[in-house]
Design a protein. Structure first.
Length: 294
């Protein structure tokens, strides 16, 4: 009877775990849908404004902007790594950290000083455990990053880049492409020329001359459009990170729930066999005892 009781106890324990993983899967599904709606809504606007900056950069303007000019200085770069505040999301955090640390090594070979900025408790704890020096960290962003909070950080980076305190700004995050594709990437956000190169190569509009009529002046247009493109792209990175995290957690919890179902089914079969064997043995013992009394 001890074996059957142990199997039943283990089965009940797995059922309790399954309730937790199933609940987390449902919560992640709801959060994922909201996060995906925000990411998709921002994607078209982000691509269009970045493409506009690419067109303006190719339009042969006499006006210049610090965010569009390549930097010859190699004094200081900043790298922002976007991770999650919680675990139980498969390889999401490890993938982003691998991508971020690979870019960190590249920047250290090229620049005199690299400033490491981390968002997410998982990334902070991972890097501190491995004795990386973190200049600044953020832990207030979850599945719904607020635009005002993100833009406040973007403005700080923007101010430092324009003043010459930073020569390059990179971000490592999980890029959301579709429900079935999220990939950890490291991208350069400033100067913007590195960001617009990919847009130009993918756009059919990138071929040929681009003609614009500027009112009141090209410089005033650039002063408005270029910083906006940086801020929007910066916010889009946070949105992509949020939706990718929820997809990873949803898939991880679904896999855990399916594994629990399989284990429960196996344990139930084993329990029934053990219980049947014990009942059979008890019947044999009763019959044997009755035969001995006759």
């Amino acid at each position: 009877m001890a074996k059957a009781r142990a199997l039943d106890k283990r089965r009940k324990s797995i059922k309790n775990i399954r309730k937790i993983t199933r609940t987390m899967e449902l919560v992640s599904t709801a959060q994922f849908r909201r996060a995906m709606e925000r990411a998709i809504a921002a994607k078209s606007y982000t691509d269009r404004i970045v493409r506009l900056v690419a067109d303006l950069a190719r339009a042969g303007l006499n006006a210049e902007h610090p965010l569009l000019a390549p930097r010859e200085s190699k004094k200081r770069a900043a790298l922002l790594i976007l991770t999650a505040n919680r675990g139980l999301c498969g390889g999401y955090n490890s993938g982003v950290l691998r991508s971020g640390l690979a870019r960190l090594e590249e920047l250290r070979r090229e620049y005199d000083e690299v400033e490491l900025v981390v968002s997410g408790k998982r990334g902070v704890s991972f890097l501190k455990y491995r004795h990386y020096e973190i200049a600044r960290s953020f832990t207030q962003f979850d599945d719904k990053p607020a635009y005002d909070e993100v833009v406040a950080i973007a403005n700080e980076f923007l101010t430092r880049f324009r003043s010459g305190d930073l020569d390059r700004i990179d971000v490592a995050y999980s890029k959301f492409t579709s429900l079935s594709k999220q990939s950890p990437v490291a991208e350069t956000l400033a100067p913007l020329t590195s960001m617009t190169t990919e847009i130009e190569s993918q756009s059919a509009e990138a071929s040929g001359e681009v003609e614009y009529e500027f009112l009141p002046s090209p410089q005033s247009i650039l002063e408005e459009v270029v910083p906006s493109a940086f801020k929007v792209k910066f916010f889009k990175c946070f949105l992509d990170a949020a939706v990718s995290e929820q997809i990873a957690r949803m898939m991880a919890m679904k896999a855990a729930t399916d594994a629990a179902d399989e284990m429960i089914s196996t344990l139930t079969t084993t329990y029934n066999r053990a219980r049947q064997s014990q009942i059979t043995n008890e019947i044999i013992e009763v019959i044997s005892g009755a035969s001995a009394l006759q």
